[in-house]
Ligand binder design. Structure first.
Ligand code: UDX
Length: 437
């Protein structure tokens, strides 16, 4: 079985590597020759636990190949996955230019009958559009069939998720295609859901929208908890024990970031509006998140007034732990506000700092550890709950900061713990701890 994957971002590369680990011959295609060269040497362009080890192993065992030649990628393949990006356009809709370009290249270079499987998150109807491009540009008279196979992996646990996902969704309008894609996935031994193409495309958006809704909901509850004297962590556990609600995705914090939820919620809203439907619910989910992403900054301004001239530490820059991805991270919004106010900002993240440095250059000080970042600081913001950040004892803030004033966006410490120390500790959805007690 010969498989090729177009696009070596999170979805494409992880899919390609995991399919080769199962035993298939996989060719991963990317237009970026430099990136391809690195990947041939077993170097992953993204930080993803476990990925590089599997890459190296399957390259050595001869099942995993990388190419920047469209011809090599698309000729003589049984399955071709489209896994290129669908970035957000200015109006919130998904930009399909990369998907379309891949479809055209496949139509030009394929030399045998092929099933083209779209893994990229695409608006409902896109697979039909892909099929029409394949038919229209078909150069070698081969037969193309299409299937939708959305991806649910999380950054930071993408390899684990691929082998342990809750389900594999296969959208196909012909039974024969669905069966072939199902057979391809059989070795993963995971539950398979077969639907129409349009339903499969919609499942991806609906799943992400639901998860984003859970997060905005719990953040909204956190804001109410703060005002009525309740503790959101207790409220989350209390409601999460109800199986109908479920305990996952109920961690209150500084909103959702990353490459999926912000983009996909807006794309779904846009998709609905193209059909003359406005979704007040999706609108609210996005609105609540926009507000929540700056909640730490608002708390700081409320507490200390002007931040001008203050020395501020920002701990954690990635949009979540175990990734170097900073896309749509709350850290970026916070840093921009702090710099606008004339604060002196020192940042720390175990792996994401180079990406932030590209944007902010010498406007920031880049620390080698949390302790270095908080040393002599007036305020510390906890943005990402990396294990080395959340395991920093509160006594370290007392020892190293000029005045221990902590704004914790991830509720890394319990209120009981925080109360033991002479610190100012403001978190999400819980009572404020004031140093002057
Ligand atoms: C998400 C989906 O989980 C995945 O299925 C889909 O394929 C891609 O989008 P990802 O963006 O990698 O994955 O991260 P995820 O772990 O879902 O977290 C997204 C954001 O929500 C992060 O900013 C995280 O901090 C936040 N989050 C998550 C919360 O604030 N609270 C929670 O309880 C869970």
């Amino acid at each position: 079985m010969n498989i090729s994957i177009a696009g070596t971002g999170y979805v494409g590369l992880v899919t390609g590597v995991c399919l080769s680990e199962i035993g298939y011959h996989v060719t991963c295609y990317d237009i970026d020759e430099g990136k391809v060269q690195h990947m041939r040497d077993g170097i992953s362009p993204i930080y993803e636990p476990g990925l590089e080890e599997l890459m190296k192993k399957n390259i050595v065992e001869g099942r995993l190949h990388f190419t920047s030649s469209a011809n090599e990628a698309y000729e003589k393949k049984d399955f071709i996955f489209i896994a290129v990006g669908t970035p957000e356009k200015e109006d919130g809709s998904a930009n399909l230019q990369y998907v379309e370009a891949v479809a055209e290249a496949i139509a030009t270079h394929a030399t045998q009958d092929t099933i083209v499987i779209t893994k990229s998150t695409v608006p409902v109807g896109t697979n039909e559009h892909v099929k029409s491009i394949l038919l229209e540009k078909n150069k070698n008279g081969v037969q193309f069939q299409v299937a939708s196979n959305p991806e649910f992996l999380r950054e930071g646990s993408a390899v684990y998720d691929t082998f342990n996902g809750d389900r594999i969704v296969i959208g196909a309008d012909e039974e024969e295609v669905a069966l072939k894609v199902e057979a391809l996935y059989k070795p993963f031994n995971l539950p398979i859901v077969k639907t129409s193409i349009r339903s499969a495309e919609m499942i991806k958006y609906a799943a992400n929208a639901f998860l984003a809704t859970k997060i905005s909901f719990i953040n909204e509850m956190a804001n109410i908890c703060e005002r009525v004297g309740a503790n959101i962590d207790d409220v989350s556990s209390g409601i999460g024990m109800d199986k109908r609600i479920g305990k996952e995705f109920l961690r209150a914090g500084i909103g959702y970031g990353g490459s999926c939820f912000p983009k996909d919620t807006k794309a779904l809203l846009q998709l609905a509006s193209e059909k003359d439907y406005t979704s007040p619910m999706l609108q609210s989910v996005i609105e609540v998140n926009d507000k929540q992403r700056v909640v730490l900054y608002s708390k700081a301004v409320e507490k200390v007034g002007s931040l001008t001239g203050k020395k501020v530490a920002v701990l954690g820059l990635a949009f979540k732990p175990n990734t170097d991805d900073i896309r749509e991270g709350a850290s970026l919004l916070l840093i921009r506000e702090l710099l606008k106010d004339g604060a002196h900002v020192t940042v720390y993240d175990p792996i994401a700092m180079p990406h932030v440095e590209k944007e902010f250059g010498d406007q920031l000080v880049y620390a080698g550890s949390s302790i270095e970042a908080i040393t002599d600081a007036n305020l510390a913001f906890i943005v990402t709950e990396w294990s080395d950040i959340k395991s920093l004892p509160l006594t370290a803030y007392i020892e190293y900061m000029r005045e221990p004033m902590i704004f914790d966006g991830r509720n890394c410490y319990s209120i009981e713990e925080a109360k033991k120390y002479p610190i100012t500790y403001l978190s999400i959805g819980r009572e404020p701890i004031e140093k002057s007690r």
